[in-house]
Design a protein. Structure first.
Length: 242
């Protein structure tokens, strides 16, 4: 695990954007793993800027979302498929349908999870996965206690994550769905390069446990200690417990 400490989120965003643009230059049909939440937003801004400047193209790339809420209507702005469309996919030149998310409205949710795993596999696996981390150490929606070998599946969100995410639902925790579909820790571990971004003091404990703690299902990010190519990018505040 490589840990890079930088003074601010803009610096971090440039480094992560370099990883994306470098990959897409070498391999224009790369498979990207996209995350939601606030952590990747500056990276997406930087990628959109570079796209507009003609420095990078996503025209032949494909992308997979990490996770999705269950039950949000197709046009709900917080449905992660829509969030990714707004934050990155609609700002660059992905081909129509090139960005996929698990189907949180499927009648048969376990079947939708299996289909999602099959879609990732048939694309050849993820080349570069961007990740954030929750204050309780979750990655994607793999909450504490998640199997370290888990695959894409239906999960129940913890009370803490629903409180953390209420800010995206007009601060109304009751509007935050109770269930989600998420890539498993085993799925994420198969990405060839994972880049995790964390900023701010609220992430300091989770970063400490992920980087220096025992590998444990209670701190799901700690599984990345076993990853062959994991890069952790943090600011001084998120690094303050290292
Ligand atoms: C959310 C997402 C995760 C994200 C995490 C941290 O619940 N499912 O993919 O990494 O929480 O979010 P943020 O980056 O907003 O702190």
């Amino acid at each position: 695990m490589e840990v890079i400490i930088r003074p601010d989120a803009e610096d971090i965003a440039r480094i992560v954007a370099d990883a994306f643009t470098g990959l897409l230059t070498r391999k224009p049909d790369a498979v990207l793993g996209l995350a939601t939440g606030s952590s990747p937003l500056k990276v997406y801004d930087e990628l959109a800027r570079r796209h507009d400047a003609g420095e990078v193209s996503f025209a032949r790339a494909r992308a997979f979302a990490l996770d999705e809420y269950v039950g949000l209507t197709p046009d709900h702005p917080q449905r992660y498929a829509n969030v990714l469309q707004t934050e990155i996919a609609g700002r660059v030149d992905f081909a129509p349908g090139a960005v996929q998310a698990p189907d949180g409205l499927a009648d048969d949710l376990p079947a939708a999870c299996a289909q999602y795993e099959a879609a990732i596999a048939s694309a050849g696996g993820v080349d570069l996965q961007i990740l954030g981390i929750g204050t309780d150490g979750h990655i994607a929606f793999n909450e504490p206690g998640s199997s370290l070998a888990s695959r894409t599946r239906l999960k129940t969100l913890t009370a803490q994550t629903r409180i953390d995410n209420a800010r995206f639902f007009d601060d109304n925790v009751d509007a935050v769905p109770r269930h989600c579909l998420t890539q498993g820790l085993g799925t994420i571990m198969e990405a060839r390069h994972v880049v995790l971004v964390a900023t701010g003091s609220a992430k300091a404990e989770a970063v400490h446990r992920m980087v220096e703690g025992a590998v444990s299902a209670m701190w799901p990010g700690s599984i990345l200690q076993f990853h062959r190519h994991a890069t952790v990018l943090v600011d001084e505040a998120a690094a303050s417990r290292l």
